[in-house]
Design a protein around this ligand. Structure first.
Ligand code: NAP
Length: 212
């Protein structure tokens, strides 16, 4: 696949490395040209740096790996208004939560994923990859401790969900569609739950019933 990554931080590096290793064509870019070049160099495997408009153009999938409050700026920088992302699967891994506390910062009844869909008309937004820390993806296809993880997804377009599911499998993950984008707030709240418990010293996995 031709994958664009907007953002040059920790998650961009972790997911970009895995997809490049899996043989995808990866292009990275952000608001800093030099950080994009440095990231492309670090990733190797033919990964290229480009300006945000080129990163967003003609991709089979586009990852929005910026902080939740940087989304509007980077989408504007990439010039995605006017339907330029028509039909592009746009992966939203953002967590709009209060750091270390987990309280959602989005308005009640809304989600950051739906906000992104409104900012990128025509794109097929899929909420994904927001729940696990980036080091889950850096160990290659067996995952962090050799245990496959389930990656819940929300989105409205079946083809986009398929594409993102395939990109989850590149890491040995198992995609699970929770429902349409209207349910993305639930996924975002789960991240808040996980962050809240983890920062208070509790393993969030121990607070979820096992349902074999
Ligand atoms: N890291 C994780 O473990 C993890 C796991 C799950 C989800 N996430 C989510 O993934 C997203 C990226 O996280 P990260 O850990 O990669 O963060 P990070 O290392 O801090 O990188 C953040 C990126 O966002 C960019 N950015 C911030 N404000 C911006 C703006 N106004 N305009 C354009 N770009 C802007 C930064 O650019 P500069 O470098 O120029 O500041 C940088 O490229 C976040 O939404 C986070 O919640 C992260």
């Amino acid at each position: 696949m031709r994958i664009g990554i907007l953002g040059t931080g920790t998650l961009a590096q972790a997911l970009g490395a895995g997809w490049a290793r899996a043989g995808h064509e990866v292009v990275v870019g952000g608001r800093s040209e030099s950080k994009a070049r440095e990231l492309a160099d670090r990733l190797g495997h033919g990964v290229r740096a480009a300006a945000p408009p080129e990163v967003a153009e003609g991709r089979d999938a586009l990852l929005l790996a910026v902080t939740w409050d940087g989304v509007q700026d980077i989408l504007r920088h990439a010039g995605v208004s006017g339907g330029r992302l028509n039909g592009t699967p746009l992966i939203d891994p953002t967590n709009a939560v209060e750091h270390g506390v987990g309280v959602l910062l989005t308005e009640p009844g809304t989600s950051n994923a739906e906000r992104i869909a409104a900012l990128a008309p025509g794109a097929h937004v899929v909420k994904a990859f927001h729940l696990f820390p980036s080091d889950q993806w850096t160990g290659g296809p067996g995952g962090k401790d050799g245990q496959p993880v389930t990656v819940p997804l929300c989105g409205d377009d079946p083809a986009a969900l398929e594409v993102v599911g395939a990109l989850v499998r590149d890491f040995g993950g198992v995609p699970a569609v929770l429902g349409p984008l209207a349910r993305a707030r639930q996924l975002e709240e789960v991240a808040g739950f996980v962050i809240g418990l983890a920062f208070s010293g509790v393993d969030p996995g121990s607070a979820i019933p096992r349902v074999p």
